[in-house]
Write a protein that binds this ligand. Structure first.
Ligand code: ADP
Ligand code: ZN
Length: 818
C-alpha cells in the first residue's frame, strides 16, 4: 500500500510513500506520519491511500519510493472535512497544503518526532574494548556518549557534532550494529493539568474514634452535599479551614486525597449564570425565522445580516445557534480577535453552559489544546473562535456565524494567507450548512453578493429600544487653522464638548489611529526626517520610552540631541499620536481621569481586559485610543466620541482606504449613546469633502456603497475582479527587481487566453521593510483558474532559471496592498 503525504514545507505538491505492512491496517487520511524527506525526517499528514502503485500515478520506473517510517495516530487527527477545507485553501490561496494542515491544528499538538539512539550489546563490547585508548574517532566518541546512559536523544548528539555529521554517524553506527535507532512522538509540550482533589469515603463517625470537631464536620458536610469530589484548595476555602484539617481527616480515614486531571476552562469564572430571556422584536423574529427555515432544509444557504450596532444581531446569532444545537448539529461562530469581550463570553456561557468551547489567541496553549480536544471528542457542540476557529474540528456542522464580517483581521497575513470569512463560506458549502455574515458596515464584497442574490439579505435598521443613532458632526480643521493662524490639535467644539460631557457625568472616547507621541522627527534647518534603517518609513517618537521606534520592524533609537544630517539643533516633532493626545488632555483637564488604550498600553496579558473593565465601571472618564476602542464594546455611559483625525487613513495608497475609513467612523460612532442617553460624535478633518466622511456623518451605508461600488467598477477593483499580489522581497535590490520582472514577463507569457491583467513590476508601497527591498506584481482578473495556472507555470519557469521561490509571497484577495 502507498500513502500520499502532505509535508508542512513550502512545496505545492504531495509525495508518495510506501506504507509498510505494520501500518497499512491503521493508516488513514488525516493521520500523522514520520517520513524521510531529503536529508530530514519530517512529520507529514496522510491525505490519501493507494492500494497499488498504479493508483499513485507514479510511472517513472526506477524512481525510488521511500517508506513511511512511523505512524503517529491510529485514529485520524484531521477530520475528512478539514482535509477537504485545507485542500481548498491550498488551491485557492496558493498555499502549501501541508503547512495549511499544520496551522489548522492547535500548536500544542504539533509535537515533533524525537529520535532515540540506544546502545546494543555489541556496541557496549566495542566501548569496553576501546576504553583507555587515546585519540578516539568521532564515531567512538559518539558511541561512548550513547553508552553512558544507554540511550540518547539524537538532538544531544547533534549539539556535540553538527546536525548532518551527527545523523551520518548515527546511521553508520546502526549499520554496523552498535546502536539501534527508534523514533517516538515527543510527548506534547502541553501536558494535561492535574490538581489535588478530595472525596468522601466515610460519612458516619467512625466507631470508637475521637469525635469530630466543628471544622472537620463542616468539611464532611460540604463533601456529602456536593456528592462529587472537590478540589483540595477550593474545599479548604469554602469550609474556611486550613489544609491540615483536611489532612487530619485523610489520616483518620474519612476522606481520600487524590490527583485528578482537570480541563483548563477559560470560562470557569462564568459558571451558573442565567441567560436573559427576552422577547425578540418583530424584525429580529422575521430574520430568525428565515434562518431557521433554511436550517431545517439541511442545505447550504448564506445570509447577510446587516444591522447597526445595538440592533440585536448577537441575539439572533444566539437563537440560531440554539436552534442548530436542538437539531442535534453543531454550531461555529467566528469573531474578530478584539471584540471577544468578557461580556460576550458570558452571554454564550449562559445559553450553552459546558457545551461551548472557546478558541482564542489570548488563551494559554494548554487551554487551547484542552478546548480543541473537547470539540474533537464531541463534548463541545458550540465553538466560538477568532480567525483560526474556522478549523474547529466540529462534526456535523449546521451553522456558521461570522460576526463583523468586514473586519480586516479575518485575513491571515502569514502563510497560509487565507481569509477566515471566505473560508467559512466554503466550509458551510462543503458541509451543507447555513452561514450568517453579520455587520453594521458590510464589506463591499458581501453587500455586492447580497445585491446579486448570492446571499439572502436581512436588515435590522433600528437599534433595540429605538435608541437614536448618535448625531455626527464634522469639523473643518482648515477653518480652525484660519481662525488661529496656526495648526491646532483640538477644535473649540471638541474642547468644550469634552468639558461639558464630564460636567454631566458622562464618558468620552477620543480616537486617533496612530500610536506613539509624534509621528516623526523633522529637522527644521535641513529637512532631515528620522527614518528606519530597515524600512522605508519614518520612525515614531515614543516620549515615555524616550525612543524613536519603527512600527514595522521594531527598530529603536535613542532621541538625538542634534540633527543627524546637518548637526543643527532645530529638531521638531511633527504629527501627534495617542501618547501625546493623552498627555495634552491630562494637562487640559486635570480633573478628568484619562487613560489610553492602544497596542503600547495593552502588551501585557490581561491589560486589555483590565482597561476595558475600568472604563465600563466608570473608573475612567475619558479613554484615548486607536481603532482598538472602536469595536464591539457596549459602554452605556459613553455619550461623546471625538475623532482627532482620519486623514492619514484616507490618504493611504490602497483601494480600500475609503471603505476602511467609512467602517472605522461608523463603528466608533456606534460606541456613542448605547445607553439611555443620546450620543454625539465629532470628526475633525482637513478633507471634509471626502465622500467616506460625508456618508459616515449621515450614517448612510447604502449611499456610501453606491458611490464606492461605482469606483470599484470603473477602476476594475474587487468585487468586480480578483486581485492576486505577488510580493518579491530581497536584501539585494537587483535580485528582487530581476525576479519581479521575470515573474511579470512569465505571467504574461503564460496568459495564453489573454484574460489576465499583469501590472508591474513596481516598488511596493512599503518599498523597504525589515531590511528587504520589496517589489510587487499585481494580477487583476475575472478568471481565477487561469490565474492559478499561469502562476504555476511562471513559478516553475522561475525555478528552472535558478530563482529562489522563497523570496516570492503570493497573496490572493489581499485586503491590504501595503
Ligand atoms: P448587536 O449585536 O447588533 O450589536 P445585540 O444583540 O448585542 O446587538 O443587542 C444590543 C442590546 O440589546 C444588548 O444589550 C441585548 O441584550 C439587547 N437586546 C437584544 N435583543 C433584544 C430584545 N429583543 N429585547 C430587549 N433587548 C434586546
Ligand atoms: Zn523598521
Amino acid at each position: 500500500m502507498f500513502a500520499e503525504i502532505a509535508i508542512p514545507l513550502n512545496v505545492h505538491q504531495t509525495f508518495t510513500y510506501r506504507l509498510p505492512a505494520s501500518f497499512a491496517a491503521s493508516a488513514r487520511p488525516g493521520c500523522r506520519v514520520l517520513v524521510p524527506f531529503g536529508k530530514q525526517l519530517l512529520t507529514g499528514y496522510v491525505v490519501d491511500i493507494h492500494q497499488t502503485i498504479e493508483e499513485t500515478g507514479q510511472q517513472d520506473e526506477g524512481f525510488e519510493i521511500k517508506d513511511v517510517e512511523e505512524l503517529f495516530d491510529t485514529e485520524p487527527l484531521v477530520t475528512r472535512e478539514l482535509l477537504d477545507l485545507t485542500k481548498w485553501i491550498a488551491d485557492y490561496y496558493y498555499a502549501p497544503w501541508g503547512e495549511t494542515i499544520k496551522s489548522s491544528l492547535p500548536a500544542g499538538i504539533n509535537a515533533e518526532a524525537e529520535t532515540i539512539l540506544s546502545i546494543t550489546n555489541e556496541g557496549r563490547a566495542v566501548i569496553s574494548a576501546s576504553s583507555g585508548k587515546h585519540a578516539q574517532s568521532a564515531k567512538t566518541q559518539a558511541l561512548a556518549m550513547i553508552a553512558e546512559s544507554g540511550m540518547l536523544n539524537a538532538a544531544a548528539l547533534a549539539k556535540e557534532f553538527n546536525k548532518n555529521r551527527a545523523s551520518a554517524i548515527a546511521r553508520e553506527l546502526e549499520r554496523v550494529g552498535h546502536i539501534t535507532i527508534t523514533r517516538q512522538m515527543q510527548s506534547a509540550q502541553v501536558k494535561p493539568k492535574r490538581q489535588q482533589a478530595v472525596r468522601l469515603i466515610q460519612r458516619a463517625p467512625i466507631e470508637g474514634a475521637k469525635p469530630l470537631n466543628e471544622q472537620q464536620e463542616r468539611v464532611i458536610k460540604i463533601l456529602f452535599d456536593s456528592a462529587e469530589p472537590i478540589a483540595f484548595a477550593q474545599l479548604a476555602e469554602i469550609a474556611g479551614v486550613s489544609a491540615s484539617v483536611i489532612r487530619t481527616l485523610e489520616k483518620r480515614g474519612y476522606v481520600e486525597v487524590f490527583m485528578r486531571e482537570v480541563r483548563r476552562d477559560p470560562l470557569a469564572h462564568l459558571k451558573h449564570i442565567k441567560p436573559d430571556e427576552m422577547e425578540l422584536t418583530a424584525k429580529q423574529q422575521l430574520a430568525l425565522d428565515q434562518i431557521v427555515e433554511k436550517l431545517n432544509e439541511n442545505s447550504y444557504a448564506a445570509f447577510l445580516l446587516h444591522g447597526v450596532t445595538g440592533s440585536g444581531k448577537t441575539e439572533i446569532y444566539i437563537r440560531a445557534m440554539r436552534a442548530t444545537v436542538e437539531k442535534g448539529k453543531s454550531a461555529l461562530m467566528l469573531v474578530p480577535e478584539i471584540s471577544l469581550t468578557p461580556m460576550f463570553a458570558r452571554r454564550l456561557r449562559a445559553h450553552f453552559g459546558d457545551a461551548v468551547a472557546i478558541l482564542h489567541s489570548s488563551l494559554s496553549e494548554g487551554e487551547r489544546l484542552d478546548e480543541w480536544n473537547r470539540i474533537r471528542q464531541g463534548e463541545a457542540r458550540v465553538c466560538i473562535g477568532a480567525r483560526s476557529g474556522v478549523f474547529a474540528p466540529l462534526e456535523n456542522i449546521g451553522l456558521i456565524v461570522v460576526d463583523e464580517e468586514h473586519e480586516a483581521s479575518y485575513k491571515q497575513d502569514e502563510t497560509p494567507r487565507y481569509h477566515g470569512r471566505d473560508t467559512a463560506i466554503m466550509r458551510a458549502h462543503q458541509a451543507n450548512a447555513v452561514i450568517i455574515l453579520g455587520s453594521a458596515t458590510p464589506s463591499m464584497e458581501s453587500f455586492h453578493n447580497a445585491h446579486t442574490g448570492k446571499y439572502t439579505y436581512l436588515k435590522l435598521d433600528e437599534r433595540i429600544g429605538k435608541r437614536p443613532l448618535a448625531e455626527v458632526r464634522i469639523v473643518d480643521m482648515r477653518q480652525v487653522f484660519e481662525k488661529y493662524g496656526k495648526q491646532q490639535i483640538f477644535s473649540d467644539e471638541v474642547k468644550s464638548e469634552i468639558a461639558e460631557n464630564h460636567a454631566r457625568g458622562e464618558q468620552t472616547l477620543v480616537l486617533l489611529n496612530r500610536r506613539g507621541y509624534s509621528s516623526f522627527l523633522l529637522c527644521r534647518a535641513c529637512g532631515y526626517r528620522a527614518s528606519c534603517p530597515n524600512c522605508s518609513v519614518a520612525l515614531t517618537y515614543h516620549k515615555f520610552d524616550a525612543r524613536l521606534i519603527c512600527h514595522y520592524c521594531g527598530h529603536q533609537e535613542r532621541i538625538p540631541r542634534a540633527c543627524q544630517q546637518c548637526e543643527g539643533p532645530f529638531i521638531y516633532y511633527v504629527g501627534e499620536g495617542t501618547e501625546q493626545i493623552e498627555m495634552l488632555l491630562k494637562e487640559m483637564y486635570p480633573e478628568l481621569r484619562v487613560s489610553r488604550l492602544d497596542r503600547d498600553t495593552t502588551r501585557r496579558r490581561g491589560s486589555f481586559e483590565k482597561l476595558i473593565n475600568e472604563f465600563a465601571s466608570g473608573a475612567i472618564d475619558l479613554m484615548v485610543g486607536t481603532q482598538m476602542i472602536a469595536k464591539g464594546h457596549d459602554f452605556h455611559n459613553v455619550t461623546l466620541v471625538c475623532v482627532i483625525s482620519v486623514d492619514a487613513g484616507l490618504g493611504m495608497p490602497d483601494f480600500r482606504a475609503s471603505e476602511r475609513a467609512f467602517q472605522l467612523l461608523t463603528q466608533v460612532a456606534g460606541r456613542a449613546g448605547r445607553g439611555e442617553k443620546p450620543g454625539r460624535v465629532i470628526i475633525q478633518s482637513y478633507h471634509t469633502e471626502n465622500y467616506a466622511l460625508e456618508f459616515a456623518r449621515e450614517q448612510n451605508y447604502e449611499k456610501f456603497y453606491d458611490h464606492e461600488i461605482n469606483f470599484r467598477r470603473n477602476m476594475h477593483y474587487p468585487p468586480f475582479v480578483a486581485l492576486i499580489n505577488a510580493l518579491i522581497k530581497h536584501q539585494d535590490f537587483a535580485k528582487a527587481a530581476f525576479a519581479a520582472s521575470e515573474l511579470a514577463r512569465l505571467l504574461k507569457e503564460a496568459d495564453k487566453e489573454n484574460v489576465l491583467k499583469v501590472l508591474g513590476p513596481a516598488p511596493a508601497p512599503l518599498s523597504r521593510l525589515k531590511g528587504e527591498h520589496r517589489m510587487q506584481v499585481l494580477i487583476k482578473t475575472r478568471y481565477r483558474r487561469q490565474a492559478r495556472e499561469a502562476l504555476d507555470a511562471a513559478m516553475a519557469e522561475l525555478k528552472a532559471i535558478g530563482q529562489d521561490l522563497k523570496m516570492i509571497t503570493v497573496e490572493v484577495d489581499p485586503v491590504n496592498l501595503m
